[in-house]
Every structure is written in structure tokens, then in C-alpha cells.
Write a protein that binds this ligand. Sequence first.
Ligand SMILES: [Zn+2]
Length: 337
Amino acid sequence: MPGTRTTIELPVGRLYTHTPMTIPVHVVKGKKTGPRLFISAAIHGDEINGVEIIRRLLNLPVLKRLTGTIIAVPIVNVHGLINQSRYLPDRRDLNRSFPGTEKGSLAARLANLFMQEIVSQSTHGIDIHTGAIHRDNLPQVRANLDDEQTEKLARAFDVPVIISSNLRDGSLRESAAEYGIPMLLYEAGEALRFDEVSIRAGVKGIINVMRTLEMLPPTRRKSKKHIEPVVARSSSWVRAPDSGILRTMVPLGCRVKKDTLLGIVSDPFGEKETNITSSYSGIVIGRTNLPLVNEGDALFNIARFEDVLDAANKVDEFHEQHAPELKIPPNAESPII
Ligand SMILES: [Zn+2]
């Protein structure tokens, strides 16, 4: 029915307690038909920023003017979320199990259900992730920029950094691409934590994409300047040269040059200290928050850009735009700080 909201419970395998289990799906139908956008979060069960992004999005009054349909799935990996774990109880990674099969592993069955019930019913998709546990990501969109429509949506999202990334085997993005559905991955913050800037930027980004798809009318308010995003040419992790206690010297979003000191690993006595430096210039787009490191652990993810200074300026501008105000206007979402 046009102009309605429905919550659907997609049945999945019972828990071994005999308790029935479902994936909750919220469908918002606009008065007019149009694109059908799925928005999913917590495919990795401990990545919860997206759960809050979807909750805020569904409460926005502007949705009264929706054209088309939103299919919101705030918790895809319900088993993982209950266990506060990235994985499923069978220790599989759901985002490496797409498109899945009806009779395969639990992960394969969930992936198959998601493809049949959500992706195949949609024309576009946004999947929300965060860094892994103890790892923080600068808000960024990952998308296949070789596809023109996907690129247009990625640029509309309005985060400073786009990673033009290859499709990973078994990922939802790869399977959605096979259905010909343009899909963005929004990646921001850390597992098991809420991050206000990441959440705000996520809600705004989805609204911007919906305006671009003409699912929402253009904004009447004079909006703040659109940040033309910069596309990273590539990114790679700087790993711990040694095991020990890490002191981190650079925040997320920091511009680094070749040989910039990123952090120091030392033994607990401070007798042996090993400097960790960047081997090229770029921006820190991912970082560990856990000072306890083993040799080989991924510590800093540095993205390379054609123009690093331009990228750094855009990151600063972005943080200024999304920083929570101390005075909260009435009826606004109180910032999570
Ligand atoms: Zn993830």
C-alpha cells in the first residue's frame, strides 16, 4: 500500500534454545512509486553505527515526502549482534558468503535469504559497515567507480573520501553487482561503538543519495557547501614491526608524509623502542585503537591521493560540518559523545 510503513519479520533458523529467530525488516512505501532502495547494517554483527543511522533515518519527517520504497534492514546478522560478534555462530563471515545457497551453511542460507528477499526486490542499495573490533575508520564510501551510476551516488553521499575498491569475493556488493544493482558501502567508525560524526554523516549521506535518486525532493534549505570528494588511488596497512605496547601519534584523517612518525612500539620497560613511519604520503583512513600489538598486526591504513593536501583540507572541512554542537536545538537527536 502506498504511503504505509510495515515491519516484516523474515524467518531464519531457530536458535538451539528452540527460540524462533527473525531478521526484522522495515519497509517504507512512498505515495508515488520510484526506486526501491535497500539500506542494510550489521552484516558484521558487531558493526552497530549503521543500526543507529537507520533508526535516525526512519524517524526523519522528510520521509513523508518519499517517492519509491525504502527497505531498511538494520540488523542483518542477528546471530552476530546477539553475540556482539562480527561472525556467525559457525564462525563464518556473512560478507564472504554471498550469494549463498538454500541448503548451504548457516551463513550461506542467510546470504541466500537476503539476496532473494531484499536485493532482488531492490533497484539500489547502501550497506553500512564500521572498522573491525578496536579499529576505527574515517567516514568513507567504497564503491565501484567504473559503474557510472554507482559513481554518481558515491559522489552525492558527501563524505570527503571515496575508495574505489575492487569487489571482494563473496561480498554482498559483488552479488548485488551481478543483479545489476548500484550499491554503495558506507564505512565509518569502530565496531561495538557509536560515533556521532560517523552517524550524522551516514544519515545525511543516505538522504543525499535519496535526493539524487529523486526519492526525496531537493532541499529547500540553503545547505552547507557540498564537499566534492577525493578518490583514493589505493590504500594499504602499515603493520607492527614488533610486538609490544603501541603509542599512537596520528589521529584519523591526519595527513602524513613519507617518514612521518605514526607511532612507537616498545616493551613495557621502555628499553627497546621501535618507530613506525609511513613509507609514502597520504591520509590516515583507518587506525587501531588498541595499544597492545603483535608483530604483523595492521595498525594504520594510509590512503594515497593524487593531491594529498586537497584531501586533507576536505577531511578538515567535513569534521567541522559534522561536529556535534554543544547547544542542542529542541527535538533534535541528542549527540552521542
Ligand atoms: Zn563490516
